[in-house]
Every structure is written in structure tokens, then in C-alpha cells.
Design a protein around this ligand. Structure first.
Ligand code: MSP
Length: 521
């Protein structure tokens, strides 16, 4: 049986429409899923929507709707944007689905039975936008406003159930220490460790049901209380695998838990604490294995400033759709993961978008594919000539080997940057090889036929490797590009088998490529 790979995105709040931030994590997850599928792993890719909590109740009230009505109207926007961006998820979970709600109850019941939960009373500050409890000192430091959206914090005092978080912190610290890849990037791990060492309190995990108008998951031991939205939401990663089993059809649906623990939870940096502290401690209390990696990416600003609807620099779904019409959805997918190393903050600018498109896609990959297929159809009637490789071919072959050697390791680390750099080194080296060897001149001399064949064969092999490795990022273009180089089926096997040199057999049919990515003015 092949090795599994389980990747998740955060589940997105349905109080608002999707934007660049949501698309960033989801595209990253799709790239990982496509890569590991192509590499032969048994992949499970989960995304979805977070539909409970006070934030949703209030947003629904403001719109004069019920929360379910709001959820039903917004969740399809996420699904249709994912379809437009060519996201191939295996499961889309909504926290208001019975399969999830019932499993959250089963989880809380187990925690109650294990004496991990007790009744107390919560007095303090709450950030409703983030659905987050805020300590007195943090509230004071930020003038009793949300550190994320600047809105006033809400004071509340009510009876609440608490999870014995403090009890698990020493174990969590030991786990983080023993598993350096558990929280990534490492700068984020250090932040979490420092904050943990300052001390934490037990976690309030319920709100009074009446305050939420009954929306949410009732505490199984006391239905006057509703499960805290973050406990509900975090659980989605495991409830979606059919755990705990509750006797419904989902128990077996994703292979009876074979995908748990997840290989990676992709998240934004603002929600790291929930994922790196609350979630692992809850899992430890349940006796379940921990996810292998929690990767926190950075945030996008736009044209140098924080995105805001009033500033007019918001990269909304509409803006994303426009970019996709003008440049193609592959270019958008590519740009987000190419512009900044995953983990760092990034700035979106239309000018950078166009420049990268022109220099790397149109002039880089696109040009290499047209030059190569053009010459093979002109000089060899579209039949791939044989090669007798020598010293001149070595840099191209070395760049292809380097890409192939580092690809899986880079993806394991979510290092899209390193992976794409290696692709573009191969593109660059091959374009330079054409400039240096000047096949268009050799074509005029019949005595150079064999040499010309070697050069064009080498170029075709290189472009084939480039397109195979670009496929997870740019599935449309890679698919079309491979079509000109004998078609996807010209080479058999998984991704690594398909890219071992030389992939294409002499005699393969090559067709002159239409410009895949025309230059933009
Ligand atoms: N519902 C919670 C997540 C629960 S996961 C168990 C939530 N939802 S959210 O819709 O508010 O945000 C989802 C993600 O969008 C977060 O990972 C957040 O970091 C990301 N982003 C929101 N704005 C962003 C940018 N400007 N840039 C990059 N990512 C951003 O939080």
C-alpha cells in the first residue's frame, strides 16, 4: 500500500467572501496535494468552512438572516472559487454538518470522561473577530482593542467549562523540543515556545448557549452550554477522517482514520497559537497522535499597505477573477507561491505580477517550449531526433538532476521557493544552452545533422522535465505544454520515474506549440 499524505487548510469563516488570503493557503495545499499525488502517495486534501461562533451569529443578525441561511449562502462562494482556481480537494467539511457536530460531541464526551474538563467561571476579555480569549495584560497593552482588527474587546463573565490546558503544557514543550519540524518556520516555533514559557491558563471551552441563540454544538454533558468555536473548528481535521466512530457512513469513508495524523496543517500566522498549543494539547488529552507539522505562512499586504476595502487595495474574489481572465489562473497560482518564500509576509502589486509573468513565464518557460518545438517541427518534421550527449549537454542534465533530487524534500518542507528556483535554473540553463550552441545555425549545415539532433533532443527532455515539475503549480499550462511534447502518456510511471533522464524516447511526436503564455504589454 502506498504511503499516505494528509494536508489541510484552515476552515474559513463564512461571515465574509473569500479573498487573496484564503486563496493563498488553499493554493499551497493544492500544490502539495498535486505533487504528492503525482509522486504516487495516497493523498487526502481537506478544506472547508467554519460556521459557528459569535462572529457568525452577529454577522447573520446584521444581514437580517439566520446563521444557517448565512452559511448556506456563503459556503458555495468558497467552493466555486476553488473550482475556478482548479483546486482539487478530496473533502470539503462544513462544521454545521451532522457528521462533524456529532463527532465534536463525542470528542467532548471523551474529554469529560477522562476528567480533562471541569466547570468554572470565565471573567475576562474576548476578541469577537478572532473568537479569542484575551488576557488582562494583553488587553491593557492594546488599549482593550483587538490586536487584529482594532475593534473594542468585549468583557464577559459567565459560568464556563474549562479544559486542563496547563496540565499538558510540559508535554507539549517536550514534543516541540523533540520534533524540530513540528512548528514551522522555526522563527514561529521560537515565538510559541517563548510564549508558552511565560505560562498559560486553562482554556475556557464553552459559551452559554442562550448567548449564541442555540447556534453551535451543545456540550454533551450540559446543553445549556455550547462548545467554544475553536474547539469545534480544530476538531474538523480529525472528524473529517471519520474519528471518533459514531456509527454513521463517515466512519469508514476516508479509510477508517488511516489518514490521521495529518502530515501538515497549513495556516496563517495569526492562528498559530490555536493550532500549535490548544489543538495538540486536546489531542494529547484524547490519547491521539499529533499532526506532523503545523506550517504558519505570512500575510499579504497590497501595494505596500494593509488590505482594506476603503483604501481600494483589497484583493477580493472579483480582483482574483479578473487576474485569472487576463493572465490565466495558473499565473495567479504561480505568482502567490513564487513572490515570497512561504512563511514570510508578502506584498501584492500588479506591476510585480505583470513583470514576473513576462520575465519568468512568457520569456522563460513559454519561450523555451516554443523555440524547442518550433525547431523540432522545422528541422526534423516533428519527430524527436536521437541524442549522443557530450560535455556541452552536461549543465542541462545536471540542472534537471538537481531539480529531481530536491523536489520531494522541498515539498516535504513546504519550501515552494526552493522547488521553483530549481525549475527556473533548469529553464535558464536550457535557454542559455540554445543561445550557446546556436542550433538554428547548425541547421544550415548538413554535416551537423547529428549534433543538431542531440541539441534539440536535450532541449525537449529539459522542457518535458520542467513541465512535469510545474504541473502542481500550473496544471492547465503544464498539461497543454506536455501535449506538444508527445502528450502526457508519452512517459509512464510516477513523477520521479517520468522525469528520469532521458524521459522521452527518440521518435516521439513533437508538435509546434501555440504561445502558451503570450507577453503582456
Ligand atoms: N475559522 C478560522 C480558522 C479555523 S481553522 C480550524 C479562521 N478563519 S478566517 O477565514 O478568518 O481566516 C482563514 C485564514 O486566512 C487564516 O489562516 C488567515 O491567516 C488567512 N488570512 C486572512 N487574511 C490574510 C492575508 N491578508 N494574507 C494571508 N493570509 C490571510 O481564522
Amino acid at each position: 500500500m502506498s504511503k499516505t499524505y494528509y494536508v489541510t487548510t484552515p476552515i474559513y469563516y463564512i461571515n465574509d467572501a473569500p479573498h487573496i488570503g484564503h486563496s493563498y493557503t488553499t493554493i499551497a495545499a493544492d500544490v502539495l496535494a498535486r505533487f504528492f499525488r503525482a509522486a504516487g502517495r495516497d493523498v487526502h486534501f481537506l478544506t472547508g468552512t467554519d460556521e459557528h461562533g459569535i462572529k457568525i451569529v452577529k454577522a447573520a443578525e446584521e444581514k437580517g438572516m439566520g446563521p444557517r441561511e448565512l452559511a448556506d449562502s456563503i459556503a458555495p462562494h468558497f467552493q466555486s472559487l476553488w473550482a475556478d482556481l482548479n483546486i482539487l480537494y478530496d473533502d470539503f467539511i462544513r462544521t454545521s454538518e451532522p457528521r462533524h457536530e456529532q463527532r465534536v460531541q463525542a470528542i467532548v464526551k471523551q474529554l469529560v470522561e477522562r476528567d480533562e474538563i471541569y466547570l468554572g467561571s470565565y471573567q475576562g476579555w474576548y476578541d469577537e473577530g478572532q473568537e479569542e480569549f484575551v488576557t488582562e495584560s494583553a488587553a491593557r497593552d492594546n488599549e482593550f482593542k483587538s490586536a487584529i482588527n482594532g475593534k473594542p474587546l468585549v468583557r464577559f463573565g459567565e459560568p464556563s467549562y474549562f479544559f486542563r490546558l496547563t496540565k499538558w503544557v510540559p508535554k507539549l514543550l517536550a514534543h516541540i523540543e523533540a520534533n524540530p519540524g513540528f512548528i514551522a518556520p522555526s522563527s514561529r516555533r521560537n515565538e510559541v515556545v517563548s510564549k508558552l514559557k511565560l505560562g498559560v491558563e486553562d482554556l475556557s471551552i464553552s459559551r452559554l448557549a442562550e448567548k449564541l441563540g442555540g447556534w453551535g454544538v451543545p456540550m454533551p454533558n450540559d446543553p445549556a452550554h455550547t462548545v467554544y468555536v475553536w474547539v469545534d473548528a480544530l476538531s474538523n481535521y480529525i472528524t473529517a477522517t471519520g474519528w471518533p466512530s459514531i456509527g454513521d457512513e463517515w466512519d469508514q469513508k476516508v479509510g477508517d482514520k488511516k489518514f490521521w495524523p495529518a502530515d501538515v496543517h497549513l495556516i496563517g500566522k495569526d492562528i498559530l497559537w490555536f493550532h500549535a498549543v490548544y489543538w495538540p494539547c486536546i489531542l494529547m488529552a484524547l490519547g491521539q497522535p499529533l499532526p506532523k507539522c503545523i506550517f504558519a505562512h505570512g500575510w499579504w499586504t497590497s501595494e505596500g499597505r494593509k488590505m482594506s476595502k476603503s483604501l481600494g487595495n483589497f484583493i477580493s474574489r472579483e480582483v482574483i477573477e479578473k487576474l485569472c481572465v487576463e493572465y490565466g489562473r495558473d499565473a495567479y497560482r504561480y505568482f502567490l507561491l513564487r513572490e515570497v518564500p512561504f512563511g514570510a509576509d508578502g506584498d501584492f502589486s500588479f506591476e510585480n505580477f505583470k513583470n514576473r509573468y513576462n520575465s519568468e513565464l512568457a520569456n522563460g518557460v513559454g519561450n523555451l517550449l516554443s523555440r524547442t518545438t518550433n525547431m523540432i517541427s522545422r528541422y526534423f518534421d516533428g519527430v524527436l531526433p536521437a541524442a549522443t550527449a557530450g560535455d556541452m549537454e552536461r549543465p542541462v542534465m545536471a540542472a534537471a538532476a538537481e531539480l529531481r533530487d530536491l523536489a520531494a524534500g522541498a515539498m516535504e518542507k513546504c519550501d515552494f521557493h526552493q522547488y521553483l528556483e530549481a525549475i527556473f535554473r533548469l529553464v535558464y540553463v536550457t535557454n542559455r544552452y540554445i543561445d550557446d550552441t546556436e542550433p538554428f545555425k547548425l541547421a544550415k549545415d548538413d554535416s551537423q545533422r547529428q549534433r543538431l539532433g542531440t541539441i534539440l533532443n536535450t532541449c525537449a527532455q529539459a522542457v518535458r522535465v520542467v513541465l512535469e515539475f510545474l504541473e502542481p503549480f500550473m496544471p492547465d499550462l503544464a498539461g497543454r505544454g506536455l501535449g506538444y511534447l508527445g502528450g502526457p502518456a508519452a512517459v509512464q510511471g510516477n513523477l520521479l520515474e517520468r522525469t528520469s533522464w532521458p524521459a522521452l524516447a527518440a521518435g516521439t511526436r513533437i508538435t509546434k506549440a501555440e504561445p502558451l503564455m503570450p507577453r503582456k504589454q
